[in-house]
Each structure stands twice: as structure tokens, then as C-alpha cells.
Design a protein around this ligand. Structure first.
Ligand SMILES: Cc1cc2nc3c(=O)[nH]c(=O)nc-3n(C[C@H](O)[C@H](O)[C@H](O)COP(=O)(O)OP(=O)(O)OC[C@H]3O[C@@H](n4cnc5c(N)ncnc54)[C@H](O)[C@@H]3O)c2cc1C
Length: 415
């Protein structure tokens, strides 16, 4: 079959579906509601800083195989940078202690036997209970599977799961924690190298994808919001864009790659996650000190991760719902105070910007996880994609791209 596939949404799930379909020679067209591609993973020019920034720091790990495949496919793999081995530097804002975790490459976690590679104040035996997370039963929370206390939890597992699940880890779905641990810590250092888009998310993940789609003749229509789907029997027969309607030919198909609340308003009876967690990012226009690691984890403060970019420091606070109502200048001052104390930079506040993404990810609780639908729908030519569909992973770039790839495969099989 060779009909056109209409992809609704130019986030990473939609873009990856479009890339996978066009790589197979399928004709595709992407419809995006806003003026930009990238969705929750985007760069934009910020007037307050007079520079281009990302909506939020995005960390990938070298074990994110779908994301790395996507980048190779668009010729941008080299734009993701990271250390040659898996290293994570931390600072404790309360005790001022600093340490670096160094994971060995192989599957056997030899690093837990090295006092200079593991979390300070821990013994190898303290890591044993973590194995329980590898075989957690569905429906359980992390807090029901492991004790969320002690130095291994506070200094390693807690920060890792908070960043990956974007939820206070004890409430998080153990099934999602299991997937994260299996694909990272348990897979060895080779899967744990931290990777960042040093030149920005747009230059790394979005612009090269758009260029690749353009080369393949895939149109990406901006400001083209889907207002409704017209169903007829077991098919979608037309797409309603408000000012125009596109009738679908018998072999045309649709990949709906929009956020869950948008999908629920377009597809009757679709169950989707309904709760979300925020992520807060603070950006400061300042040259990072030369000795600052590209990513620094911080404990016992508001700041959780500090990312160093050329001419800019950016801070991430996950599950940041508690900070949504804090006045922006108060937040900037609090965060900068912590950053200055860690980096030794002057305490005077540099130019700053706060970006608060209220619905950054669905809330990764067992109940919300259970609401995630699969990619197939009751309609033969309609497939779902998005980080919130049931990928088995938390809402991440890796999950979004896997969902786009899966949608493309299903379309190929369906017809
Ligand atoms: C601040 C922040 C930090 C993050 N950090 C990380 C991280 O460190 N590591 C990581 O792996 N992940 C991270 N994530 C998660 C990651 O960004 C998302 O998982 C991923 O971008 C989701 O892609 P998506 O395509 O599923 O959805 P989206 O990006 O939401 O894309 C959906 C698209 O559909 C469009 N749309 C909506 N309705 C319509 C309509 N009716 N018609 C047409 N178009 C429509 C939207 O405008 C949007 O462009 C972070 C997210 C945020 C917000």
C-alpha cells in the first residue's frame, strides 16, 4: 500500500514516525499546531538573555538506543557530547562534600567494590537491595519495593529516579523504575554515559530532522492544528483542520502524536494519563568556570542538576510543582545563590530566565501508568504515538522516539 500517512504533531514522537516512514519510502505529511517543531524538546530565542536557550535541560544516556539511532539517521549523532566513560559528579549543598561516581563499562557492577567509584559512606553490600527493583511486580510503587532511605538511595537511586521518572521516587511506578535501571545501571557503564546537546536541542534533535524530512519530500505544515477526526466505521475518513478538511483515501493513515489531553479530545472514549508533573529550569547568562563538569548533580537544595553550556549555566528541578507559584525573581535568586556557592561565581545575579513546564510529563504513578494506551486503536488506519503511550518507559526522549518508530512499524503492517 502506498497511501499518505498524516502525522499529527511535530514533537519527537511525530518526527521519528515521519522519519521512519519516509525511510521506508512512504509518503508522509506532518501537521503541527504551533509555529515550531520539537514540542516539549525545543530551543527558542530568549530576549531576556539575548541568546537561544532550550525549554529545559535534556539528558540522554548512551544506552538510549532509539534516540541514538534517530540521531544517526539524521546525521546528528556527533552533536550529542559526553565523557568517554560513565561519570557523574555530585555536590552535597548541606555538607559541601563532592564526589564522582564512576561506573565500569561491563555488566558486572565492579564500581560498587571501589571506594573511589561508589557513593561515599557506602559499602558494596548496601547496593544489594537495589536488585529488588529489577524484578518489581506491576502495580507497585518504588517505595513499596525498596526502602527509600540511606546513602545509596539519597545519593544515587533517589536523584537518578527523580530525574528519569519526574516524580518523587517513592510514589513512582516501580515498573518504570525497573525499565530505567535495567537499561542503564544494570546494563553497565557503556549504557550510562551522560550525553547532552551542547549546541542546543534545536540544533541537535530538531533542525537536522526537519532538514532530512525536507530532503525526502515530507512537508511539515506549521500552524496547522487538527481540530477533529471524522470516523466512519472502522476507519478515520477525514481530518478537520478548521478552515479546511482533508478527506482520506482508503490507503491513507494517521499517526496521532499529540499530548494525552489533546489526543483525548480528538478520539472519543480514549483513556489517557490525566495527571502531570512539572519541570522547572533556570538559565543564567554567564561563562561557566573551566573546572565545572558539564553536568553536576546537587543534593539537599532546590537545585538538582547544573548543566554547563557555552556562555550559559542551566539548572533543572524535576517534579517542580511546588515551585510553580513562587515568584520568578525569588526563584532565580534562590537558585543562583546555590549555583554561586557551588561554582565560586560572584553572588550578584547574572541575566536570568525561568522556564516552568507545568505538564512536562505525565505523573509516573502506577495508577497513571496503567492508563497509558497502546499504539493500536479501534480504527484500522489510526495509530497513537507519544511519550505517554504505553512504551514501558517513563516520559522521555527515548520513549517518545520508540513510540514514533513503533507507530511507523504498525502502519506498515496494518495495510
Ligand atoms: C523541561 C523538560 C525537561 C525534560 N528533560 C528530559 C530529559 O532530561 N531527558 C529525556 O529523555 N526527556 C526529557 N523530557 C521529556 C521529553 O521532552 C519528552 O518525553 C518528549 O519531548 C515528548 O515528545 P512527544 O512527541 O511525545 O510529545 P510533544 O513534545 O508534546 O509533542 C506533541 C506535539 O503535538 C503538537 N500538537 C498538539 N495538539 C495538536 C493538534 N491538535 N494538531 C497538531 N499538532 C498538535 C504539539 O504542539 C507538539 O508539538 C523533558 C521534558 C521537559 C518539558
Amino acid at each position: 500500500m502506498s497511501g499518505t500517512v498524516h502525522i499529527i504533531g511535530a514533537g519527537l514522537s511525530g518526527l521519528s514516525a515521519a522519519l521512519a516512514l519516509s525511510a521506508r519510502g512512504r509518503s508522509a505529511i506532518v501537521h503541527e499546531a504551533t509555529t515550531f517543531a520539537g514540542g516539549r524538546c525545543r530551543s527558542f530565542y530568549d530576549a531576556a538573555l539575548n541568546m537561544t536557550i532550550d525549554n529545559g535541560n535534556h539528558l540522554l544516556l548512551s544506552g538510549n538506543r532509539a534516540a541514538l539511532g534517530y540521531l544517526r539517521g539524521i546525521g546528528a549523532a556527533q552533536r550529542l557530547v559526553g565523557p568517554p566513560t560513565a561519570e557523574f559528579s555530585f555536590v552535597d549543598l548541606a555538607s559541601r562534600e563532592r564526589w564522582t561516581l564512576r561506573f565500569n563499562d561491563g555488566h558486572l557492577p565492579l564500581w560498587i567494590f571501589s571506594s573511589s567509584g561508589r557513593v561515599p559512606g557506602t559499602r558494596a553490600l548496601d547496593y544489594l537491595p537495589l536488585a529488588r527493583l529489577l524484578w518489581a511486580r506491576p502495580g507497585k510503587t518504588v517505595g513499596e519495593v525498596i526502602a527509600c532511605e540511606g546513602p545509596v538511595y539519597r545519593r544515587l537511586v533517589g536523584p537518578l529516579l527523580l530525574a528519569a521518572l519526574n516524580i518523587d521516587p517513592p510514589q513512582g511506578a516501580a515498573r518504570l523504575a525497573t525499565a530505567v535501571i535495567r537499561e542503564t545501571l544494570a546494563a553497565g557503564g557503556r549504557a550510562c554515559r551522560p550525553l547532552i546537546a551542547r549546541e542546543g536541542l534545536g540544533e541537535t534533535l530538531i533542525k537536522p530532522a526537519l532538514a532530512c524530512l525536507q530532503q525526502r519530500g515530507v512537508a511539515v505544515r506549521m500552524e496547522h492544528q487538527l481540530r477533529g477526526l471524522r470516523f466512519a466505521g472502522e476507519r478515520v475518513e477525514a481530518l478537520d483542520f478548521g478552515s479546511e478538511t482533508t478527506a482520506l483515501a482508503p490507503d491513507d493513515a494517521v499517526v496521532l502524536a499529540v499530548p494525552p489531553y489533546a489526543a483525548a479530545s480528538l478520539v472519543r472514549g480514549l483513556g489517557v494519563p490525566t495527571e502531570f508533573r512539572a519541570i522547572v529550569n533556570a538559565h543564567f547568562r554567564v561563562e561557566p568556570p573551566a573546572d565545572l563538569p558539564p553536568i553536576l548533580g546537587a543534593l539537599n537544595g532546590t537545585v538538582e542538576w547544573i548543566f554547563a553550556f557555552p556562555g550559559r549555566l542551566a539548572v533543572t528541578v524535576s517534579a517542580g510543582d511546588r515551585l510553580m507559584e513562587t515568584p520568578r525573581d525569588v526563584l532565580a535568586k534562590t537558585i543562583w545563590g546555590e549555583v554561586a556557592s557551588v561554582t565560586g561565581l560572584p553572588t550578584a545575579l547574572p541575566p536570568w530566565q525561568i522556564v516552568r513546564e507545568r505538564r512536562a510529563t505525565f505523573a509516573a504513578t502506577p495508577a497513571q501508568d496503567a492508563r497509558r494506551p497502546g499504539a493500536k486503536t479501534a480504527w484500522r488506519n489510526l495509530v497513537l504515538a507519544g511519550d505517554w503511550t504505553n512504551t514501558g518507559l517513563p516520559a522521555t526522549i527515548e520513549g517518545a522516539i520508540r513510540s514514533g518508530n513503533r507507530a511507523a512499524k504498525l502502519i506498515a503492517k496494518l495495510q
